[in-house]
Design a protein around this ligand. Structure first.
Ligand code: ATP
Length: 194
């Protein structure tokens, strides 16, 4: 069974995903794997150079800040990027999934729903936190700017839209215990109650 885990920037997806991993659940971190594929996949590298110019790579490393500047200021470029990355990421996920042996796996992705990957998941968990808190966390984590974070948010769907697709919701605003929420969902998934 594939359980998708998503949430807006800074909601705490990775924090929650690592708790599931601690419980022994195999974890596929889509955002990390996409970063790896820019380096490892000759096919993706060739496509990226073709569409974004060979200067998008410096010494075998993708220039992430330049790429972010291009795609987060032009929706059509973001769509192009996603159309290049997602088929390869999907294949990578499937290869990984075939090697797992567990009741369920977690597929973590920031844009799980936007990319359509939610349709390939059996269940969806959405992590939510209010915008102010998310901005504060990302500022502390990345040393970025508020306008860059807002730019990312504007390129993602809203929590309201995410919640429509969810089977489980995790509230990560420091009011209720994350571990308890994760344990409760884990039990339900294992017992097949939901
Ligand atoms: P992104 O979409 O940017 O990858 P994310 O949704 O994966 O973000 P995390 O990286 O898990 O979010 O969390 C953002 C930051 O907030 C991290 O530095 C994390 O340690 C911190 N954080 C998340 N949840 C909590 C919490 N409940 N209490 C304190 N800090 C938290």
């Amino acid at each position: 069974m594939v359980v998708g885990l998503t949430g807006g920037i800074g909601s705490g997806k990775t924090t929650v995903a690592l708790l599931f991993e601690k419980l022994g659940v195999p974890l596929y971190n889509s955002d990390q794997r996409a970063k790896d594929l820019y380096k490892e996949s000759q096919e993706l590298k060739a496509l990226m150079k073709l569409h974004f110019g060979s200067n998008i790579y410096h010494n075998n490393e993708i220039n992430r800040s330049e790429l972010a500047q291009i795609v987060f200021s032009d929706t059509s470029k973001l769509e192009l990027l996603n159309s290049l990355v997602h088929p390869l990421l999907q294949k990578d996920f499937e290869d990984w999934y075939l090697k797992q042996n567990a009741d369920y796996v977690i597929r973590e992705a920031a844009i799980l729903i936007e990319s359509g990957a939610d349709k390939l998941c059996d269940k969806i968990i959405v992590v939510v936190a209010n915008e102010e808190l998310r901005i504060k966390r990302v500022l502390e984590r990345d040393g970025t700017t508020i306008s860059e974070i807002r730019n990312r948010m504007n390129n993602q769907i809203t929590d309201e839209e995410r919640l429509k697709k969810s089977n489980f919701v995790i509230y990560n605003e420091g009011k209720s215990s994350l571990i308890e929420q994760v344990l409760e969902i884990h039990q339900q998934l294992i017992l097949g109650k939901n």
